[in-house]
Design a binder for this molecule. Structure first.
Ligand code: PLP
Length: 424
């Protein structure tokens, strides 16, 4: 249970709950050890870094894919060079192309929208709700005859509301691509994230639950989607394996090399341990804060499936959130607000400059120009007020697997202390 602390806040000259820094907040990268080093060394020693020089039994890339097929429970998995690439590869796999609209949440990393633009489609931005994930009602409102796909994003380990999203998508004949970049290993009502939609895309970038430095994975149950994804990720895919007889198209090489795959393969084995600990810590903090005045915990669509890597709560107003956040930091608990107008955070649609301004690498204005896109879309920084309201009022605390129960108790004590002074 939380310890009693001095009622005078540290920000007002009192004694802080904690003076020792909290353990660092990263996940897979913090666990890198002798096993990753041995696997990479093995790859270098055998001098075969290109996956197709090796049999499926010997290739780390093939074995990494097999881990995902089994874990996610999909028929197919394809390792690629990054999470953005996984989204692009999956979109091409699904058949999304020039002139299509793809609905994306207003709170996601800019990469989600970039992937849509890269395949020539138009990102349509929808609100998030109190779960910090796509608001199903606004998703439905944003559907037009051009809507081809929706990308629910499981932000910060929090599962999106997949039952509602899938029901709406099926009703309107819209494809679903899950962006699982930030929620590797998460679940929704007993199903692995990435297995619920028509395809899923994962990232193994440095900050993610597990990492291969850079890397990504596409998963799907659909053979056609998988074949197209294979073509997209390798300009000569059809020629490596002679039995592949389907109609090909040009791809770009975004194959995963054996070095990255070796790291990812070992990291995969660490994921269950990482998430068991983050989930335990998050549960302890949430239980310890029941009934705390002034704060409201972020609603989680499925608490058992949550990765447990983010603890988040709302204050009544953005001003109060800023004040609370500062006081909590003085108590020794690292935390952050999300939308505070001081930092152009690229996870918030309002700071997606090239989307807001319809900027493109292409001189003809692709893909927004009328010759490519016959719909109408306007963007503005205040177009999703509900999202900005939630992101302005929320305080987040990143949870690491290296935290102990005592660390969790310090978080509880500090939040209770600040809340007691401001709201009792
Ligand atoms: C929600 C989300 N989608 C996509 C990506 C892109 O992944 P990557 O950096 O591996 O390209 C990221 C992260 O970086 C992300 O957080």
């Amino acid at each position: 249970m939380a310890r009693e602390e001095s009622a005078v806040l540290a920000i007002d000259g009192g004694t802080p709950v904690r003076t020792k820094p909290m353990p660092q907040g990263l996940h897979g990268i913090n666990e890198v050890g002798e096993e990753e080093i041995a696997a990479v060394t093995e790859v270098l020693r055998r001098k075969k870094i290109f996956r197709f020089l090796l049999s499926d039994e010997d290739s780390y890339a093939s074995r990494f894919e097999a881990q995902y097929r089994e874990f996610i429970g999909t028929k197919y998995a394809l390792a690629v060079t990054g999470g953005t690439t996984a989204l692009i590869t999956a979109l091409v796999g699904l058949g999304v192309s020039t002139g299509d609209e793809v609905i994306v949440p207003a709170y996601t990393y800019i990469a989600t929208a970039a992937a849509v633009l890269t395949v020539g489609a138009i990102p349509i931005i929808a609100e998030v709700d109190d779960t910090l994930t796509l608001d199903p009602a606004d998703f439905e409102r944003k559907i037009t005859p051009r809507t081809k796909c929706v990308i629910p994003v499981h932000m910060r380990g929090l599962p999106a509301q997949m039952d509602e999203i899938m029901a709406i998508a099926r009703r309107h004949n819209i494809l679903v691509l899950e962006d699982v970049a930030q929620a590797n290993g998460g679940e929704y009502k007993g199903r692995r994230l990435g297995s619920i939609g028509d395809a899923g895309a994962f990232s193994f970038q440095h900050y993610k639950v597990i990492t291969s430095g850079e890397g990504g994975m596409v998963v799907t149950d659909d053979e056609q989607v998988f074949r197209r994804a294979c073509c997209k990720h390798d300009s000569a895919m059809a020629f490596w394996k002679t039995e592949q007889t389907w109609q090909t198209f040009p791809g770009e090489n975004s194959r995963m090399c054996e070095l990255r795959a070796a790291v990812g393969y070992v990291q995969f084995q660490r994921m269950a341990g990482i998430l068991a600990q983050t989930r335990k810590i998050k549960r302890r903090i949430a239980e310890g804060l029941v009934g705390t005045p002034g704060i409201e915990l972020v609603r989680v669509s499925d608490p058992d499936g949550d990765c447990g890597i983010t603890f988040a709560f709302y204050l009544p107003t953005a001003e109060e959130a800023k004040r609370f956040s500062r006081a909590l930091a003085h108590e020794g608990i690292r935390n952050g607000t999300i939308y505070n107008k001081d930092i152009p955070d690229r996870h918030i649609y309002a700071y997606w400059d090239y989307v807001m301004n319809k900027w493109s690498w292409d001189a003809t204005g692709y893909p927004w120009a009328p010759r490519y896109y016959q719909g109408r879309v306007e963007y503005s920084q205040d177009m999703c007020p509900q999202t900005l309201d939630y992101l302005g009022r929320v305080i987040t605390i990143g949870i690491s697997q290296s935290w102990t129960e005592a660390d969790a108790d310090d978080v509880i004590a500090a939040v209770r202390k600040v809340a007691a002074v401001y709201y009792q």
